[in-house]
Write a protein that binds this ligand. Structure first.
Ligand code: SF4
Length: 234
């Protein structure tokens, strides 16, 4: 049986989505509708771009010499869990070649197939978009409880993970909110919490359809201060 993945974009030498230098494969499809999504066009499957596993495997293997300092491949999105079934055989092939695999996800779904995929990957980068249920639902259209169930599962299987959150001015930029993120996600298997600054430049594709349209970018000083508050919260 031939497998393929519906691919939105490929970054061959990424440095932001996981340790070391990484090939980042952005997959199409996402059930969430985050107001700050930089890739809303990845939600739609009408413009499909199916790439055969053999093609993706060769492309990743070509980059292997650059995967130093813990580098490897990251499957991102969209929401990569949407394509879990097809990801499993590709990830198995990559694991057999000693490639480090990270999964960059919102954790908005869980199923036996997703659990099987989680067994294979080395690192989960879990984007917990907000820690308050109503704000989470308003921001994403999804349900915080599903992300927390996903988090509980990766903790139970002792899967190394990073926690991420995009910090939006006047939305989730209070110290108490960041400390809540730290407390809710505390685990011996959490390697780090990474706060990312909201960037207004990424809103260009929204054509005024987002409530965050006029929000300014988060300044670096605030981001560093919030990140420091987590370090002190031991
Ligand atoms: S989870 Fe990611 S891809 Fe999906 S809507 Fe949110 S920001 Fe966009």
């Amino acid at each position: 049986m031939k497998y393929a993945l519906n691919v939105f974009h490929i970054e061959s030498m990424g440095t932001l989505d996981g340790p070391g230098i990484r090939t980042v494969i952005f997959l199409k499809g996402c059930p969430l509708r985050c107001h700050y999504c930089h890739n809303p066009e990845s939600w739609q499957d009408q413009t499909e771009n199916w790439m055969d596993h053999d093609v993706l495997f060769s492309l990743i293997m070509k980059m292997k010499p650059y995967f130093k300092n813990g580098g490897g491949v990251t499957f991102s999105g969209g929401e990569p869990l949407v394509q879990s079934e097809s990801l499993i055989p590709l990830c198995k092939r990559l694991k057999a070649e000693g490639i480090h695999i990270a999964l960059d996800t919102s954790g908005c779904m869980l199923s036996p197939t997703i659990k099987a995929l989680l067994e294979i990957v080395d690192l989960v980068i879990l984007d917990v978009k907000h820690t308050e249920p109503k704000a989470y639902a308003d921001l994403t259209g999804g349900n915080l409880a599903q992300t927390l169930e996903f988090l509980e599962y990766i903790q139970a299987i002792q899967k190394p993970h990073w926690i991420r959150q995009v910090i939006v001015p006047n939305y989730n930029d209070q110290e108490r909110q960041v400390l809540a993120l730290d407390s809710i996600t505390k685990s011996p298997y959490r390697d780090k919490i990474e706060l990312l600054a909201f960037q207004s430049s990424g809103m260009g594709k929204w054509k005024a359809n987002s409530p965050f349209m006029d929000v300014v970018s988060l300044n670096q000083k605030t981001l560093v201060k919030l990140q420091d508050s987590i370090k002190k919260n031991v």
